[in-house]
Design a protein around this ligand. Structure first.
Ligand SMILES: [Zn+2]
Length: 167
């Protein structure tokens, strides 16, 4: 939880904290071998991608890109839900929609996960380990709850950002 009397200032400070890593630093190195597993979450690297594979045996272990983002608090996507009368009235519905959609996405794409849903004074900050989850959450939100959505990707920052509001 962050005291966000000045949200833009706190966002800038966060961005600086996230700066040390570029998007590329979270890609799997080309030489990760098949049969490598993540020691944090159990995802397995097979045929060039990370998957949930119950029966794969893995001989070597490292930390997958999604777990590294979680450990280092470095989201790939951030969705900001601006507080207002509508969000206050539909808070639980909105949060359960976000959790449900991200759980579905994570089942299909091992690196696409929900990181955090942080309740702040001026809204809700949702962070994800991948851009697809962010897009999926944003689209599901608009489908179910309408409102206004904008998505932007700033070059050099490596974070896809979406903002949603409904008054
Ligand atoms: Zn992992």
């Amino acid at each position: 939880m962050t005291d966000s009397r000045s949200r833009s200032a706190s966002t800038m400070r966060r961005d600086q904290r996230y700066q040390p890593h570029t998007t590329d630093s979270y890609r799997s190195p080309a030489r990760v071998q098949g049969g490598t597993g993540c020691r944090e979450c159990g995802a397995v690297y097979e045929n060039g991608r990370w998957t949930w594979s119950a029966n794969a045996e893995h001989t070597s272990q490292l930390v997958c890109p999604a777990c590294r983002r979680i450990l280092e608090h470095a989201p790939a996507g951030e969705l900001w839900l601006e507080s207002g009368a509508y969000l206050v009235a539909h808070h639980d519905e909105v949060v359960s929609l976000l959790r449900h959609e991200s759980a579905n996405e994570e089942k299909r794409h091992a690196l696409e996960r929900l990181m955090n849903i942080e309740e702040e004074a001026e809204g809700i900050r949702v962070t994800t380990t991948g851009p697809h989850t962010l897009r999926r959450l944003s689209e599901a939100l608009v489908r179910a709850h309408h409102g206004h959505l904008s998505i932007e990707y700033r070059d050099g920052e490596g974070v896809l950002r979406a903002r949603w509001s409904r008054q």
